[in-house]
Ligand binder design. Structure first.
Ligand code: HEM
Ligand SMILES: *[C@@H]1O[C@H](CO)[C@@H](O)[C@H](O)[C@H]1NC(C)=O
Ligand SMILES: *[C@@H]1O[C@H](CO)[C@@H](O)[C@H](O)[C@H]1NC(C)=O
Ligand SMILES: *[C@@H]1O[C@H](CO)[C@@H](O)[C@H](O)[C@H]1NC(C)=O
Ligand SMILES: *[C@@H]1O[C@H](CO)[C@@H](O)[C@H](O)[C@H]1NC(C)=O
Length: 500
């Protein structure tokens, strides 16, 4: 009898252990599932198309704004079959790019450029190759800033050349686009290729037309369509094919230039970025997996040439349009220049800290225009838990710059141009943590320091010597971008310049 009872107890015990174990397993699985979670919410995608039918490809920024109203600061849209997690507003962008910097440091798929660079430059590479190329470029650019002729001097010199060029317009109306891009491009050209080019150089102008055209096509609806359906779009006619035709020509220029450098360079006396890269290639000759080779040299140089030209010159072009729309603001900048710099010497970077109003106007120009409005796409480099969501390794992430610059928690009335966004009550310069035209985190623009130097010196040099005049009444100037996609392109306009 007794043994039976014991067995009964044992059976009961065994059964409760089994139940306990099952409960444990189930809750562990639920825990895992909860931990893994799912992608952020978003509109229901159609097979193949994704959410394309719900987006305005000609104005993605506007569509994203509408989705933000519906789904909050973190949501998912499908561009074709591929999910893209959108980060909208300061808080979400900061949490991802700064607080989980490493997780979000990948470059997302961007077929319009990937098709061409094959992951070989800085901007569109990933992993160890990206780290090495980026570090090398940063150090090399910094060294050129400290060399016998500083980058600052090159900018000052170029600004004087451009003044001359402005003056030659004899107070007649003109479109400033290629005046600005030739001057800006010369700064990066002299760092990368070793020389500035003459403004009359036909080949130079045609290269700048290619760069300008690519910025526009990539930012247009065609660029968005290509990025969404590269496979299909490769077979359909349209302006997107120009992206590659243009890039092939730009690459040709860089390649010829590199070949010429190879013939003439002396390892103990590097003249420019390309020479430094060639030395690095030589040093790594024995390493078959080296990230430094001809292909990465050409693509990195092209990244710098392209990145260093169109962004800064578009910022200046947009900035000047804003200045002619608001003559009162411009007059205050003129006055501050006269007070701090005077008319007898060239502006220097050092002057900036003594010119809070001008500094605030420049920050406000960069905030208001958000030149790289959508940002370049990021990707998570490993399975990532973000807020209550789970992003599998490789998921594309778009930290939208315009949304940060338009965040009402960070800027009062963000739709209006107002330099006071960057001034305190005593008219001292006041930074704002939501100012991020260069993005933030590990992928932050590599040319930020150079770009800020250029924008300050070019603008102050112009306003020291000239007055910009509109060709229409200032009230009629519309600041709405003519194209808005990856980039914001300002409307085409003309102006006149009058000596002061
Ligand atoms: C007003 C001027 C400029 C603006 C607004 C701007 C903006 C940006 C933005 C938003 C990114 C993407 C950052 C991210 O992925 O999170 C970027 C990346 C980059 N920019 Fe700029 N940029 C400017 C000027 C320049 C200049 C002058 C250079 C050249 C020296 C340059 C070179 C690059 C490169 C190489 C990258 C890729 C960085 C990486 O992927 O690690 N940019 N820039
Ligand atoms: C390389 O570019 C520089 C401009 O930065 C130019 O002066 C030089 O002639 C170019 N060389 C070739 C071979 O194109
Ligand atoms: C890149 O684009 C060109 C032109 O549209 C196309 O012919 C080619 O197949 C594309 N390559 C890849 C890898 O997508
Ligand atoms: C602009 O003004 C500065 C300061 O007066 C002067 O040194 C410079 O020559 C002027 N530039 C031109 C092109 O006139
Ligand atoms: C910026 O925010 C305002 C409202 O605060 C909205 O009307 C506008 O569409 C937004 N613009 C962008 C580009 O998100």
């Amino acid at each position: 009898m007794l043994p039976n009872v014991v067995t009964g107890w044992e059976r009961i015990e065994f059964r409760s252990m089994t139940i306990g174990f099952v409960i444990l397993c189930v809750s562990f699985l639920m825990f895992l599932k909860k931990k893994k979670g799912k992608l952020p919410p978003g509109p229901k995608p159609l097979p193949l198309l994704g959410n394309l039918h719900q987006l305005d490809t000609k104005d993605l920024v506007k569509s994203l704004k509408e989705l933000n109203n519906k789904y909050g600061p973190v949501f998912t849209i499908y561009l074709g079959p591929r999910p893209n997690v959108i980060l909208y507003g300061y808080q979400a962008v900061r949490e991802a790019l700064v607080e989980q910097a490493e997780d979000f440091s990948g470059r997302g798929e961007f077929p319009a450029f990937h098709n061409f660079t094959q992951g070989n430059g800085i901007a569109f590479s990933n992993g160890e190759k990206w780290k090495l190329l980026r570090r090398f470029a940063l150090v090399t650019l910094r060294n050129f800033g400290m060399g016998k002729r500083s980058v600052e001097e090159r900018i000052q010199e170029e600004a004087q050349f451009m003044l001359e060029e402005f003056r030659n317009t004899k107070q007649k109306p003109f479109d400033p686009t290629f005046f600005l891009s030739r001057a800006v491009s010369n700064v990066i050209c002299s760092i990368v290729f070793g020389n500035r080019l003459e403004y009359e150089d036909k080949r130079f102008l045609s290269l700048l037309h290619l760069i300008n055209d690519n910025f526009q096509v990539v930012s247009s609806g065609w660029g968005t369509l290509y990025n969404t359906f590269p496979g299909i779009m490769n077979h359909l006619p349209g302006p997107h094919h120009r992206i590659f035709k243009n890039l092939v020509k730009l690459k040709q220029f860089v390649l010829e230039n590199v070949t010429d450098h190879e013939k003439t360079f002396q390892p103990d006396c590097p003249r420019d970025f390309i020479d430094c890269f060639l030395i690095k290639i030589q040093k790594e000759k024995g390493n078959p997996t080296s990230s430094f080779n001809m292909e990465t040299l050409v693509m990195t140089s092209l990244n710098l040439f392209f990145g260093g030209t169109e962004t800064v010159s578009t910022t200046l072009r947009y900035g000047i349009l804003i200045l002619i729309k608001y003559p009162d603001i411009t007059e205050k900048v003129h006055q501050e220049i006269d007070k701090v710099i005077g008319r007898n010497r060239c502006p220097t970077v050092e002057d900036r800290s003594k010119m809070p109003y001008t500094d605030a106007v420049i920050h406000e120009i960069q905030r208001f225009t958000s030149i790289i409005s959508l940002n370049l796409p990021h990707a998570v480099i490993r399975d990532t838990q973000f807020r209550s969501y789970y992003l599998p390794k490789g998921t594309n992430v778009l930290p939208v710059i315009t949304s940060v610059h338009n965040d009402t928690e960070k800027f009062k009335d963000p739709q209006t141009f107002n330099p006071e966004n960057f001034l305190d009550e005593n008219n001292r310069f006041k930074n704002n943590e939501a100012f991020m035209p260069f993005s933030t985190g590990k992928r932050i623009c590599l040319g930020e320091g150079l770009a800020r130097m250029e924008i300050f010196i070019f603008l102050t040099t112009f306003l020291q010597n000239l007055t910009f005049k509109p060709t229409v009444p200032p009230d009629e100037i519309d600041l709405t971008p003519s194209i808005s996609g990856v980039g914001n392109v300002p409307p085409i306009y003309q102006l006149r310049v009058i000596p002061r």
